[in-house]
Design a protein around this ligand. Structure first.
Ligand code: IPE
Ligand code: IPE
Ligand code: MG
Length: 243
């Protein structure tokens, strides 16, 4: 029996959500175009997912593209979309072999058909896996998610399948994109900004936050482990008085 892992299973975060920030600055510091940073960032994901079982992390959710990121130049947006397509094509078999179950959250409708088809393919390929649950937030915004959920809930009420007085926080949560996921225990944002940028607002109500200076392309498994270990020392009280 592995004592180290046992301790981690009880003390460590079950669900880690990551705002992968700083790709652009990382590239600029090296005199390279921003897309060079996004490519380096995409390569980091593999090692981070691979490190999860040893850290006792069962669920990992990564913020890849926000509903606000369409404001970037056409070149950057197109480059990112091409990168997402290539990422799925290149990583699908590897993720599947590692036993990773992949899901996407966010509004897919605005994404191009080829990318949507690849996302469906990867979800379907890995749907029975359970070693690690990787959720990729793509065209995701928390306000957009809550708005879409509210619209669907309103349809249920209007058509008589749901009574207004039946709406409670569990029902609302069941309409969110994350309905199958536990809430994040730990949210990490890289590259020094201390803001949430519209990520998992409802789900992270009681999460612990770690804002670290490292840019995402420098986020090694060692950095990940150090942040996860810090979490073990936190006292989460969920509104109760200190025991
Ligand atoms: C995060 O890195 C990746 C995406 C938002 C797609 P950024 O591209 O935001 O990098 P910075 O913040 O400009 O350095
Ligand atoms: C958040 O980073 C979105 C992703 C990491 C995908 P941004 O770089 O877009 O956030 P802001 O603009 O600094 O708030
Ligand atoms: Mg940024």
């Amino acid at each position: 029996m592995n004592i180290r892992k046992e301790t981690r299973d009880t003390d460590g975060p079950n669900h880690v959500a990551i705002i992968m920030d700083g790709n652009g600055r990382w590239a600029t510091q090296r005199g390279k175009p921003r897309l060079f940073g996004h490519q380096a960032g995409a390569r980091r994901v593999r090692e981070v997912v691979k490190a999860c079982p040893d850290l006792g992390v069962k669920y990992v959710t990564i913020f890849a593209f926000s509903t606000e990121n369409w404001k970037r130049t056409q070149t950057e947006v197109a480059g990112l979309m091409a990168l997402f397509r290539r990422y799925i094509q290149r990583e699908a078999n590897y993720l599947h072999r590692m036993g990773v179950c992949v899901r996407f959250i966010g509004d897919r409708v605005r994404l191009d058909k080829k990318l949507q088809a690849l996302m469906d393919f990867l979800e379907d390929l890995t749907k029975d896996n359970s070693t690690t649950h990787l959720t990729i937030a793509l065209n995701y915004g928390a306000r957009d998610e809550v708005t879409r959920a509210t619209q669907r809930m309103a349809v249920e009420v209007a058509e008589g399948r749901l009574k207004p007085e039946q709406v409670n926080s569990e029902v609302l949560a069941s309409f969110l994109d994350t309905y199958v996921l536990p809430d994040p225990d730990l949210v990490i944002r890289t590259s020094g900004e201390a803001r949430i940028s519209n990520f998992l607002l409802w789900q992270s109500a009681y999460a612990e936050y770690e804002f670290i200076d490292t840019h995402w392309p420098d986020f090694t498994p060692e950095v990940f482990e150090a942040v996860v270990n810090r979490y073990g020392g936190r006292d989460r009280r969920f509104g109760a008085a200190r025991a």
